[in-house]
Design a protein around this ligand. Structure first.
Ligand SMILES: Nc1ncnc2c1ncn2[C@@H]1O[C@H](COP(=O)(O)OP(=O)(O)OP(=O)(O)O)[C@@H](O)[C@H]1O
Ligand code: SF4
Ligand SMILES: [Mg+2]
Length: 321
């Protein structure tokens, strides 16, 4: 089998917080605490979990915007931490991002043509005419007429701005685009449109996505495989169809129940998520989910369950299995 485009192994990001007066130990936020996953060329991996479970920290690590405190990221078979100079530039060209908020992610003082053209100029030696032609192609790819290049972001709606952000992410021929909650800030009515645009673009360009969101049903719809994250750990990962048909981890079942509120499904009666995600500063011992789990057993509070592959490609970290 071909090597994955991106391979993340035992990735960690711990933040030290608070002062260190009088020898008091600084607290550690274990935002990402030993996660592993792969993304193949042309594939979408979904990453889902409640607020604060470490999704954005994971995306910053993948984007090389933050350095990990442990573990490795390999892209096209090369360790990202070892990349310097032109090679690091090339990584940044190939791995791009679309953020949640299209109002703050596009510079208000730049025209659309500059916003999309700037990364092209930064990474490639092209004439101004060639940059303009590339910008026109990208605008058409996301459903605009090329003459919108002279407009400013404030002249667009939220959904239109997100289409511009997608065009910018693709402007340097990215191979992987991190989509960090790309539709969460948009009106429900335009979410489906943006999702189908992303699918269409993937079919045309064979680009890979790391698609991050809260809503498990939405993530599973766009992604071939989905990883479920809870307090810095991956607790379940499977092909999305399998995960939807046979969710195993109680947290995955609860996320499904929450994301399909009108579904009179047995899952809904079985598990309803209550309480907040505990703090990542001092996570619960054993299985991090145990204070909220309806199936909790004595050993869950003592021993952390390892992520075990139960069927081909379907892994879960829970003492029930
Ligand atoms: N720079 C930082 N310093 C200290 N703690 C941080 C830092 N960045 C993130 N954290 C903490 O790490 C944890 C994970 O945060 P992260 O933003 O990755 O979560 P998330 O899953 O993206 O949440 P959301 O769904 O709200 O976007 C949180 O507890 C957060 O407070
Ligand atoms: S390990 Fe125990 S507490 Fe954790 S999800 Fe499984 S049953 Fe629940
Ligand atoms: Mg986030």
């Amino acid at each position: 089998m071909a090597k994955p485009l991106l391979e993340v192994r035992d990735l960690q990001k711990h933040f030290a917080i608070g002062g260190s007066f009088f020898g008091r130990r600084r607290a550690l936020v274990k935002a990402v605490d030993g996660i592993s996953f792969t993304i193949n060329a042309g594939e979408t991996l979904g990453l889902v979990g409640e607020s604060g479970c470490g999704k954005t920290t994971t995306s910053k690590l993948v984007l090389a915007a933050e350095a990990p405190t442990g573990g490795t990221i390999e892209f096209e078979g090369r360790a990202v931490a070892a990349l310097r100079g032109a090679e690091l530039q090339d990584y940044r060209r190939k791995v791009q991002v679309v953020f949640q908020d299209p109002y703050s992610s596009l510079s208000p003082r730049m025209r659309v043509g500059e916003i999309i053209g700037e990364p092209i100029k930064a990474h490639e030696r092209l004439s101004s005419a060639d940059v303009r032609a590339r910008v026109a192609q990208l605008l058409e790819l996301v459903g605009f007429r090329p003459d919108v290049a002279r407009l400013f972001p404030h002249e667009f709606s939220g959904g239109q701005r997100q289409r511009l952000a997608i065009a910018r992410a693709l402007s340097t021929s990215a191979r992987l685009v991190v989509l960090d909650e790309p539709v969460s800030a948009l009106d429900v009515s335009i979410r489906a449109h943006i999702i189908s645009l992303l699918e269409e673009i993937q079919q045309r360009l064979a680009v890979s996505y790391l698609f991050i969101a809260h809503d498990l049903a939405a993530v599973a719809h766009l992604s071939q495989r989905t990883a479920v994250m809870y307090l810095g750990k991956i607790v379940e990962v499977a092909e999305s169809l399998e995960l939807c048909a046979k969710p195993l981890h109680p947290y995955t079942k609860a996320l499904f129940a929450a994301s399909l509120p009108s579904h009179p499904d047995e899952l809904r009666e079985e598990i309803v998520l209550t309480g907040e995600v505990p703090s990542a500063v001092d996570p619960p011992r054993g299985c991090h989910f145990h204070p909220r789990c309806p199936f909790v057993m004595p050993r869950c509070a003592e021993h952390e369950p390892p992520l075990v592959e139960l069927a081909a490609g379907h892994s879960v970290a829970c003492h029930l299995y």
